[in-house]
Design a protein around this ligand. Structure first.
Ligand code: AP5
Length: 220
């Protein structure tokens, strides 16, 4: 099973990707997490992408496609792409790489959320810097305030969640997504998710669409 999740920053792609992967035993490939790890480690790639991330801009297509190709091509198990592709050239490159290994994308889910709701999601987002689990102060709180449920680490605010960078990220999304959505919308494997509800409501909808599309029995 191979899926890609599209949608604006803060739509809940990462949250739902992680849940889909747990249910169907897939690998979660978040382009943002991959880039942030490179940045934190101070690698050559990390140094190249740092300014783009910090300013809410897209990493150039050639670089981004190369990074994701390295991750995707060796994979033996199914996966959920979260945050990639984000432009038409990325989508076309993804198609070429997956066609080349006879493993085409099975389903593309486009997350749609009201702008007002989106703003609240950024304000409360906290992440574990170690296992990268995503929380929210109100809607997805940890069991112990401020601590990750999995490893007890102190949660942090993502540096690119400052109001100024968030504004830029949303603007970048609005400028780049139309051709991408038009590209996938004309294919039979594109479905829209109303992602404005609470996390469990969205998960229910997502799992239902995945199950129907792949004609799977409801997971126990
Ligand atoms: P990336 O990390 O991909 O960020 P994003 O797409 O902006 O998405 P987010 O991670 O902000 O949000 P999300 O949709 O995953 O929401 P989440 O589940 O966390 O990219 C970061 C940067 O890297 C980019 O700006 C760019 O520079 C670069 N980059 C990445 N990919 C690239 C690419 N392909 N090409 C070029 N550049 C690239 O949820 C948000 C919050 O809401 C959380 O607190 C969560 O707990 C909460 N929440 C989730 N769902 C719900 C719900 N249903 N109800 C209430 N709260 C919810």
């Amino acid at each position: 099973m191979r899926l890609a999740l599209l949608g604006p920053p803060g739509a809940g792609k990462g949250t739902q990707a992680s849940r889909i992967c747990n249910v169907f035993n897939l690998l979660h490939l978040s382009s943002g997490d991959i880039l942030r790890a490179e940045k934190m480690a101070g690698t050559l790639i990390g140094r190249k992408v740092r300014d783009f991330i910090d300013n809410g801009l897209l990493v150039p297509d050639d670089l981004m496609i190369g990074i994701m190709r390295e991750k995707i091509l060796p994979l033996k198990q199914g996966f959920v792409l979260d945050g990639f592709p984000r432009t038409l050239p990325q989508a076309e490159a993804l198609k070429d790489m997956l066609d080349g290994i006879y493993k085409p994308l099975g389903l593309v889910l486009n997350f749609v959320v009201d702008a007002e709701i989106l703003a609240r999601r950024f304000e409360g987002r906290r992440v574990c810097p170690v296992c990268l689990t995503v929380y929210h102060l109100d809607t997805v709180p940890p069991k112990v305030p401020g601590k990750c449920d999995n490893d007890g680490c102190e949660q942090v605010v993502r540096p690119d969640d400052s109001p100024e960078v968030v504004r830029k990220r949303i603007q970048t999304y609005q400028e780049s997504m139309a051709p991408l959505i038009a590209y996938y919308a004309q294919q039979g494997n594109f479905k829209t998710i109303n992602a404005s509800g609470n996390p469990d409501e969205v998960t229910k909808q997502v799992l239902e669409k995945v199950r129907r599309h792949f004609e799977l029995d409801w997971p126990q």
